[in-house]
Design a protein around this ligand. Structure first.
Ligand SMILES: Cc1cc2nc3c(=O)[nH]c(=O)nc-3n(C[C@H](O)[C@H](O)[C@H](O)COP(=O)(O)OP(=O)(O)OC[C@H]3O[C@@H](n4cnc5c(N)ncnc54)[C@H](O)[C@@H]3O)c2cc1C
Length: 314
């Protein structure tokens, strides 16, 4: 089949790889290259954050967890398996995603910093996006996939030029008429590695979502999750507050060299939209709206896209 994938973020590239490696002729058409997408800003730790519905997300997340663990064996992919903790001020129930994580357990009291009453201890793949996205691009090229900068005003244009179109435009799908998408603004600080190897999350911090994600060559400090906010400008006061909260959780971060400030807009939606859609101009499959979990869900979603393409050709 001749397939156009719209979007060169983690969702588009992963879908394109699955389809190319299955033998289809795949062209990725995107307004912005991978390095300039929201995906390039992601922390990116495996964690099903702000993505729905839970049952499908659980399934996609479990598939992706296994795939990322497998890819961590390839140094070109920029993935490392890390242990860490998610902190709570009360005693949390089991999370809905616990079965997706092989070594999930509740943290013991001695593992909790002062002020916290409970937590989850688990391991998860941590993905360094400035390495991972070029790895995905190279893997796509090796499978025969092509990548071109194209900006679509409407899906009809792409449908006229391919057997099947896969819409992986993230927040850009608003331009194709989806008014259910909402930006969830995320600001982060990238600091130099200082020898940290454990992630720490405090999603319910009273001053804002707080996380420390040590990647291979740097550490991401977060963050924000501002629904409906669309400014890509770095806010200096927000950055200071992120650094303060993260240093309180991990005092060794005091004095770590700040490398960069970044802002990205997560593609928030009440549910991920992954389905074949009837379109008068041709065959169309949507795969967007992954909220704060695009990296966490990409391989599971790509498998479903490949299955839908197979079904549409039968
Ligand atoms: C601060 C921050 C931290 C995050 N941390 C994590 C994390 O730890 N783990 C995790 O799993 N996720 C994380 N995320 C979420 C993750 O980044 C997103 O879910 C993911 O990037 C969505 O990928 P995508 O490919 O759908 O969209 P994008 O990366 O936005 O890519 C969309 C693509 O579509 C193209 N496009 C859009 N409109 C058009 C058009 N009209 N024509 C042609 N092309 C078009 C764009 O140019 C782009 O290439 C984080 C996000 C942020 C902002």
């Amino acid at each position: 089949m001749d397939i156009i994938v719209i979007g060169a973020g983690v969702i588009g590239l992963t879908s394109a790889i699955r389809l190319s490696e299955a033998g289809h002729r795949v062209r990725v058409h995107a307004q912005a290259p991978a390095a300039a997408t929201t995906s390039a800003v992601a922390a990116a730790v495996w964690y099903p954050y702000q993505a729905f519905p839970q049952d499908a997300v659980n399934r996609w997340a479990a598939v992706t967890y296994a795939e990322l663990v497998r890819l961590a064996d390839d140094p070109r992919a920029g993935i490392v398996q890390r242990s860490g903790i998610e902190l709570y001020r009360g005693a949390p129930p089991d999370p809905w995603w616990r079965d997706a994580v092989p070594d999930f357990r509740h943290a013991s009291g001695s593992e909790l910093p002062p002020g916290y009453a409970g937590g989850y201890a688990f391991s998860a793949p941590v993905v360094e996006m400035p390495r991972y996205l070029p790895y995905l691009e190279a893997r796509l090229a090796a499978a025969g996939g092509a990548m071109t900068l194209v900006s679509y005003a409407a899906l009809d244009q792409a449908l006229a030029d391919a057997d099947v179109v896969i819409n992986c435009a993230g927040l850009g799908a608003r331009g194709f008429g989806d008014h259910d998408l909402v930006a969830i603004r995320g600001q982060i600080v990238r600091v130099a590695q200082i020898g940290l190897d454990r992630f720490i999350f405090d999603e319910d911090h009273p001053d804002g979502v707080t996380y420390i994600v040590p990647r291979i060559s740097d550490i991401i400090l977060g963050g924000t999750a501002q629904h409906g906010a669309e400014s890509l400008a770095v806010d200096a006061m927000t950055a200071d507050a992120i650094i303060r909260r993260c240093c309180a959780l991990e005092p060794r971060l005091r004095g770590a060299t700040v490398l960069e400030h970044r802002v990205g807009l997560r593609p928030g939606r009440h549910t991920v939209r992954l389905e074949a859609a009837a379109h008068p101009r041709g065959r169309l499959i949507h795969n967007y709206g992954h909220g704060g979990a695009g990296v966490t869900l990409a391989w599971g979603c790509a498998d479903d896209v490949a299955a839908l393409v197979m079904r549409s050709s039968a």
